[in-house]
Design a protein around this ligand. Sequence first.
Ligand code: ATP
Ligand code: MG
Length: 502
Amino acid sequence: MIKIGRILVSLEMREVYLEGQLLQLGSRAFDILELLIRAAGKTVTKDEILRHVWPNSVVEENNIHVQLSALRRIFGAGSQVIRTISGRGYRLMMPVVEVDDSVGARDMATTARARPSRSSGLPLCYTPLIGRDDAIADLSGALKATPIVTLLGPGGIGKTQLGIAVAKSIAAASDWEVCFITLASVNDAQSVVETVAQALGVSHTGSVVPLDCLFDAVRGRKLLVLLDNCEHVIESAATICELLVQASAELRILATSREPLRTYDERFYWVTPLETPDEGASSQAILACGSVRMFVAQMNALNTPVQNDRGSLEMVATICRRLDGLPLALELAASRAAIFGIRKLVAELDDRFQSLTGGRRTAPPRQQTLEAALDWSYRLLSDTERVVLHRLGVFQARFSLDAACEIAACGRMTHNDITEAIVGLASKCFLMTTFDSRTKEYFLLESMREYALLKLYGSDEADEVLARKANYMAPAYEQPYGRIFGADTPVGKYSMESAASR
Ligand SMILES: Nc1ncnc2c1ncn2[C@@H]1O[C@H](COP(=O)(O)OP(=O)(O)OP(=O)(O)O)[C@@H](O)[C@H]1O
Ligand SMILES: [Mg+2]
């Protein structure tokens, strides 16, 4: 709980109290208050407010004034708690004091409720979300009809950010409550249940949370739960999701995971990389691509804007293409380029795991480096899946299942083992699949391929696999890269699937 003068603020519950009374404050005004609190007395610029509060739309500056008037009213008319810094932004003038939750609870005893409020604990997004407007609309629509929707994709593709944006958009447009639960630091079934129970406001006395208490907590509530990072506790997460939606017809779960939950009534949404420019694209086309817009925005934020000449834009296009339009990789690349320049970054792409290491200090460890992002998923593979992945690293383009079996079937591994491993690798987002031909084909994103090769070269079977490739690789095995997320494969069709179709 946070105290500012006589006002008590719960960032987690997104509630504001004055002398025990819950005050009415719209979600946008609250977003601005949250920014001001987190800025700890520094000026928050108008740009920061626009990016945070209206991430997906262009709005007039006077919208900020409207929200600020609402915010100033809660501190008392004429108070100078929020000062306008002329031409720059706004600053909180009173100290922000953290108070013990029990003090906060006593102060607001008359209105305290066990349940989270409309958008409980949604993390702040510091950068505007690029290229996801359609996805937000698709997902908001899908959640009206489907109890569980899972956002799938490799590490750093933007599942969490997209999930937050969808949750925000639903909370803003309806009377649904939103509850954010992250499982990132949870490792066993018991802790999954406890974390979910705590977030839902369930209080219990024994050491084990009775499931009935969980069911009671969700029954009769229009509630969207954003359950983040399910992959490493996938079975427990799947079980709890299924039980909860069975307990309440009005509950919706938006899960994020690097692997499907595979529950009853689940729909998958494969989060696609940001669009990347084609080779030889015009400068205008380069600048219009989502990945380029993201890279350029990151460089601007780091005070090292990209020059607008043709040579610079081509280098940026190469960076975005070779990093597969993966937002985390682009973020790491921008922080590298801000120090050494984009020319050097292009030269370093062959050695990306050495250079893409400068993640935000506040990012979770698995997002501090590109290698860490891949390690997190690699740890969740079976031994066979790992070995097959290493071997598939020799494919530079898309390949069929038959070709994979030919190349990867060394040692005692049978075709059946390899097929199973490929299915596992595809569902765990290491392998991408195409849908634009009669036969399903597979390919590795460039960063995955580099990672697989790194592991292959670190093993004692590199020579044998390369020799098999040399022997068996006929032109028919390898097709040029398809535009996997391109015009021939509608994104909606590609990315939204029901469990039954897998
Ligand atoms: N569409 C986007 N526009 C701008 N930045 C983005 C976008 N998507 C993701 N990012 C940035 O990329 C980084 C990774 O995103 P995010 O944490 O959502 O990935 P994730 O898929 O949830 O990864 P993980 O599997 O590790 O949880 C974040 O720092 C985020 O701000
Ligand atoms: Mg995430």
